[in-house]
Ligand binder design. Structure first.
Ligand SMILES: NC(=O)C1=CN([C@@H]2O[C@H](COP(=O)(O)OP(=O)(O)OC[C@H]3O[C@@H](n4cnc5c(N)ncnc54)[C@H](O)[C@@H]3O)[C@@H](O)[C@H]2O)[C@@H](O)CC1
Ligand SMILES: Nc1ncnc2c1ncn2[C@@H]1O[C@H](COP(=O)(O)OP(=O)(O)O)[C@@H](O)[C@H]1O
Ligand SMILES: [K+]
Length: 475
């Protein structure tokens, strides 16, 4: 799924509308929205006729969509109450709802909120500034307390459409019905969690001339794109990963990075990290070799801590003209510029350090931060976290890995993720694909095996997951 910014959506809508807005797009949006609302009522209440719906109507076209859709429901026998908030509602939409038998009421005249089967959030759309005034936030909070499910029109009001930030009060929707194309807030946390199920209504926008802001992968695409070995491929065709991770202080990082590379399908893993990790690796992964030799992708940096020769270790690996993954403490030892065949895998704190900004700035606008990371270093950058973003230097579109459960966020998960990415990189895939595939595999595996699994066990499950996909593809 691709997402486009507000500026892009406005351009797309203008192109679809022509010189004069004759309301066609709004009618398409309202028709699609009404169909979803009717489906929701049927699923939740068992029927459409006679149900009771509350519509929150803001001052813009988002409220207009909600009013026109509500008028369609009213004509089907739904009892509709509409409350205007933040200003004067869309005049034609209001007239249409009244003509269809809907009521327009003040907040003081509302029925007990738990009498409503559904609420429609038509407060703010792509014209909204993040946050909600107190009175609207209060009404939204009371609807949540009364367990009334909310269907958001275009986006949950209060979230920042382009960044996914939620700096103040915002709606939490069970379903969001969006028009034409998805917006970044539908794909980026924390707004994504407030979007609920996303339904895309086609209103006839032609996106072919716009480069998407985001390109989000799904499970089927990950399985299709995985570097499956050919019948004839030997260990070198699958690829050799050289792991220089861990330290005397953090031997576990070297072990977990190695687990990731092995279970991500590397043809061979050479471990050149600290002595203290080797006995455990041999005991658990006897296929790992310790002799230096040919490597097709490097993996460096996880668990290094303070490393006196870190600059030299990274410089030597880069000079070998083999691609690599540079993680955690290793990122601080990077040269000024890296080739885009190298993948940096920072979390928000590490990316903030790289950019010389506060962690909160990365968290407030992760999209801008991950792009800046790629621009600054020349490398491909995977920003880890609840949403995993991949940016390439000189490429506008940021890729989004398949998201997973938050169980994954624990010490060591990043080390195994580095190993998974390095395994894909060693097979000859470009760094951005290695990042998306590794991160998506880890997330999807965690989703299929919920629970607080230690990262090395989750790595083993990743191999099972690849096996299951393989069997589906070779029945
Ligand atoms: N432009 C088009 O062709 C289409 C637009 N559509 C709908 O129109 C929406 C965009 O409509 P608008 O551009 O009118 O924008 P909105 O409906 O999002 O709201 C804009 C209005 O809200 C006010 N406002 C914004 N943030 C506020 C805040 N935090 N507190 C108080 N007031 C605030 C603004 O001053 C402005 O009056 C889309 O999200 C979509 O729902 C759809 O009908 C499809 C077609
Ligand atoms: N809320 C979350 N939901 C899903 N995955 C998460 C979440 N938080 C972190 N992760 C994932 O967990 C891993 C943590 O990596 P990192 O922070 O580098 O940990 P460490 O350095 O201790 O291994 C990354 O793969 C990250 O994307
Ligand atoms: K809305």
């Amino acid at each position: 799924m691709q997402a486009f910014t507000v500026e892009q959506v406005r351009r797309l809508e203008r192109a679809a509308m022509g010189p004069q807005d004759d309301g066609t797009l709004m009618q398409r949006a309202a028709a699609g929205l009404a169909a979803v609302l009717a489906d929701e009522l049927r699923t939740r209440a068992g029927h459409v006729y006679g149900t009771h719906v509350l519509v929150l109507v803001g001052p813009g076209n988002n409220g207009g969509d909600a009013l026109w859709a509500a008028a369609r429901l009213a004509r089907r026998g739904v009892r509709v109450d509409a409350v205007g908030v933040l200003g004067t509602p869309h005049a034609e939409g209001l007239a249409a709802l009244r003509a269809a038998g809907g009521r327009v009421v003040g907040t003081e005249a509302l029925a007990a909120l738990d009498a409503y089967d559904l609420a429609v959030d038509g407060v703010l759309g792509i014209g909204g500034r993040p946050g909600l005034p107190d009175d609207v936030a209060d009404l939204v909070g009371r609807l949540a307390d009364a367990c009334v499910p909310v269907v958001a029109v275009d986006l949950p009001s209060g979230v920042a459409a382009d960044t996914g930030a939620v700096p103040g009060a915002a709606v939490s929707a069970a379903v969001t019905v969006t028009f034409g194309v998805a917006k970044p807030c539908h794909l980026l946390e924390p707004a994504r969690a407030r979007t609920g199920r996303l339904v895309l209504v086609d209103i006839g926008l032609d996106t072919s001339a716009e480069e998407p802001e985001l390109d989000a992968w799904d499970a089927a695409r990950v399985a299709d794109a995985w570097p499956w070995p050919a019948r004839s491929s030997d260990k070198y065709a699958k690829g050799v990963v050289g792991v220089d991770c861990g330290s005397e202080t953090y031997p576990g990082a070297g072990i977990m990075a190695t687990y990731g590379a092995v279970h991500g399908g590397a043809g061979m893993v050479r471990f050149v990290g600290p002595e203290s990790a080797r006995a455990t690796i041999t005991a658990n992964l006897p296929d790992v070799v310790f002799a230096p030799g040919r490597v097709q992708a490097h993996l460096l940096g996880s668990g290094w801590g303070e490393r006196a020769d870190g600059d030299r270790a990274v410089a030597d690996a880069v000079a070998s003209e083999v691609p690599g993954v540079l993680d955690a403490d290793g990122i601080g030892h990077r040269p000024d510029r890296l080739p885009d065949s190298w993948l940096l895998t920072p979390h928000a704190g590490e990316l903030a350090r790289l950019l010389g900004i506060e962690r909160s700035e990365v968290e407030d606008d992760p999209l801008a931060a991950v792009r800046a990371g790629a621009g600054r270093t020349g490398a491909t950058v995977l920003l880890k976290g609840a949403t995993q973003l991949v940016a390439r230097p000189g490429v506008r579109t940021v890729e989004v890995a398949v998201p997973g459960p938050s169980w994954t966020g624990r010490a060591g998960s990043g080390d195994t993720l580095g190993g998974l990415c390095a395994a894909v990189l060693a097979s000859g895939r470009p760094a951005h694909e290695a990042a998306v595939l590794g991160a998506s595999l880890q997330a999807q595996t965690a989703a299929a095996h919920p629970g607080p699994l230690p990262p090395h066990v989750l790595a083993e499950r990743c191999a099972d997951r690849l096996g299951a996909w393989w069997q589906e593809r070779h029945p």
